[in-house]
Ligand binder design. Structure first.
Ligand SMILES: *Cc1c(COP(=O)(O)O)cnc(C)c1O
Length: 228
């Protein structure tokens, strides 16, 4: 497909996703904001640019190094980009992450919270954070366990991090509704109000359950090569 054609498709799909977000929010009687984080992982600048030209500003990436390779240049082209880190963060990448990202949605353990606080101190820039929860208590899945979430939120606050809410990815093989509901309840129990939940396949349902941020990739940018 020509570059022009791809750009048109991205712009059209972004408009359709925005429309469907607005409809889901309306159907749920939501008066509070629902924000779209457009997930740009694996796509290059030419593929992403049509979404930015259409006014999209909240964007998400999974890998620090990949994001570092494209967003500094795109930030020169477009004002007001808000870059979210959605993937797991390793301690040795924390300083780069703090320099690059506005929001780190994947704070899932004390060690990383400590590293972010330390890096923020040396860099002189403090991203906002979300605590990632393993809401289905799945083995091997990223995120703090639901039972341990409140303590991690407290620890983050004690370190001076701004915790904006909780993020989760529900188990792949179950209906997501009960997990969205559980995340919303846990968020309130932690004294927070905002959740990041819902992806291309289930963002409407996440909105019905109160999502503040939905993270949508393939429904906007098309299918990705399998995750490396
Ligand atoms: C890739 C990814 C998304 C977007 O997924 P799609 O199904 O393409 O919408 C959202 N959140 C996280 C954490 C991701 O890794």
């Amino acid at each position: 497909m020509s570059e022009h054609r791809v750009g048109e498709e991205v712009a059209q799909r972004l408009a359709a996703v925005r429309q469907s977000i607005a409809e889901a929010a309306e159907a749920a009687g939501r008066a509070d904001p629902v924000d779209l984080v457009a997930v740009t992982k694996t796509f290059d600048a030419d593929h992403i640019r049509p979404a930015l030209e259409a006014g999209q500003r909240m964007v998400g990436e999974n890998r620090v190094q990949e994001a570092g390779g494209k967003w500094p240049a795109l930030r020169e082209e477009f004002d007001g980009i808000e870059l979210h880190l959605l993937g797991p963060l390793q301690s040795n990448k924390t300083k780069d992450a703090v320099e690059l990202f506005d929001v780190i949605q994947s704070v899932d353990r004390e060690k990383i919270a400590n590293a972010i606080a330390k890096a923020a101190d040396s860099v002189g820039r403090m991203p906002r954070c979300l605590v990632q929860v393993n809401i289905g208590n799945e083995p091997q899945k990223a995120g703090t366990l639901p039972d341990e979430t409140a303590a991690l939120v407290e620890r983050c606050r004690a370190l001076g991090l701004t915790v904006d809410g909780l993020m989760a990815i529900p188990p792949a093989d179950h209906p997501p509704g009960p997990y969205f509901e559980a995340l919303t309840a846990l968020t309130a129990a932690c004294g927070l109000s905002d959740t990041s939940m819902g992806m291309s396949g289930d963002y409407r349902e996440a909105i019905a359950h109160g999502a503040r941020w939905v993270r949508v990739g393939s429904a906007i940018f098309g299918s990705r090569p399998p995750i490396r």
